[in-house]
Design a protein around this ligand. Structure first.
Ligand code: COA
Length: 258
């Protein structure tokens, strides 16, 4: 069904692998469109609780937007590229109702790092390299990188990474809070699955509400505290609230996902 993606599922954990290793998994138009479709399908699928996003091969997670595709673009086409990418994929992932974990197996550059930053969590292999090299191409990050990098690591560090167009190691990315965990390459998938399994023990509807409330705090013109109050109240009407609280009272483990 997909030309540039491999998709597998196991016990409610879906793995989406970007499969263009000869181009270091660079994001061309088709790949972005297929990813958008795959995430929308996964969001609707009741059987899926957590999504892992990774790149095929040992070298690269994603080495950026496909430079070869936009070399002759005009101002209008450039603006449209960023707008449609942000709307159809990057914002979609950030606001998905299920946690998405970026499993960073190698280069996460430009649009690749932006993709990882749109995910809710990041697990990286030692040896992975991170950077936003756009200014070395006469561009700036256009898939949310100027915003999300500053949110994750602070404005000063974001300024440095963007202005120098340099690469940082996985260790440095972990030290500054850009990734949640670093592990040996051979442990990357296991570690990511372990994290997904921990998440899967909890209420899917509550996690979906937490995503809405957390993201509200980063949305201009929206009061995150008010959204939290509203989302908190709504939890009391869910089946998962009944399951979770009655299991607590009965001193049992809650069975949220049957
Ligand atoms: N867009 C399009 N193609 C890309 C790409 C990108 N972002 N990144 C890598 N590729 C392609 C290369 O053009 C090459 O294709 P070819 O064999 O048809 O020439 C192939 O992937 C392998 O890359 P190569 O550069 O030969 O590998 P390397 O090990 O020498 O270097 C990188 C790896 C990541 C340092 C280098 O590919 C690079 O700088 N890529 C661009 C990173 C970037 O600027 N991203 C932001 C884009 S906005």
């Amino acid at each position: 069904m997909y030309q540039h993606l491999l998709i597998t599922s196991e016990n409610g954990i879906q793995t989406i692998t970007i499969n263009r290793p000869a181009q270091l998994n660079a994001l061309n138009k088709e790949t972005i469109s297929e990813l958008s479709m795959a995430f929308r399908v996964a969001d609707e699928d009741q059987a899926i609780g957590v999504i892992l996003l990774t790149g095929q091969g040992e070298k690269s997670f994603v080495a950026g937007a496909d430079i070869k595709e936009f070399v002759s673009f005009s101002i209008a086409q450039g603006g449209e590229l960023a707008y449609s990418g942000q709307e159809s994929l990057f914002n979609l992932i950030e606001n998905l109702s299920k946690p998405v974990i970026a499993v960073i197996n190698g280069y996460a550059l430009g649009g690749g790092l932006e993709l990882a930053m749109a995910c809710h969590l990041r697990v990286a292999a030692t040896g992975a390299l991170f950077g936003l090299p756009e200014v070395s191409l006469g561009l700036i990050p256009g898939y949310g990188g100027t915003q999300r990098l500053a949110q994750l690591v602070g404005k000063g560090r974001a300024n440095e990474l963007i202005f120098t167009a340099g690469m940082i190691s996985a260790e440095e990315a972990w030290r500054i809070g850009l990734v949640n965990h670093i592990v040996a390459p051979e442990d990357l998938l296991n570690k990511s699955h372990d994290l997904a399994k921990k998440i899967m023990k909890n209420s899917g509807s509550a996690i979906a509400s937490a995503i809405i409330a957390i993201n509200a705090g980063f949305t201009t013109g929206v009061n995150g505290y008010e959204i939290e109050i509203e989302a908190f109240g709504k939890c009391f009407g869910t089946q998962d609230f009944k399951i979770g609280t009655s299991a607590f009272i009965a001193k049992e483990k809650p069975g949220f996902r049957k």
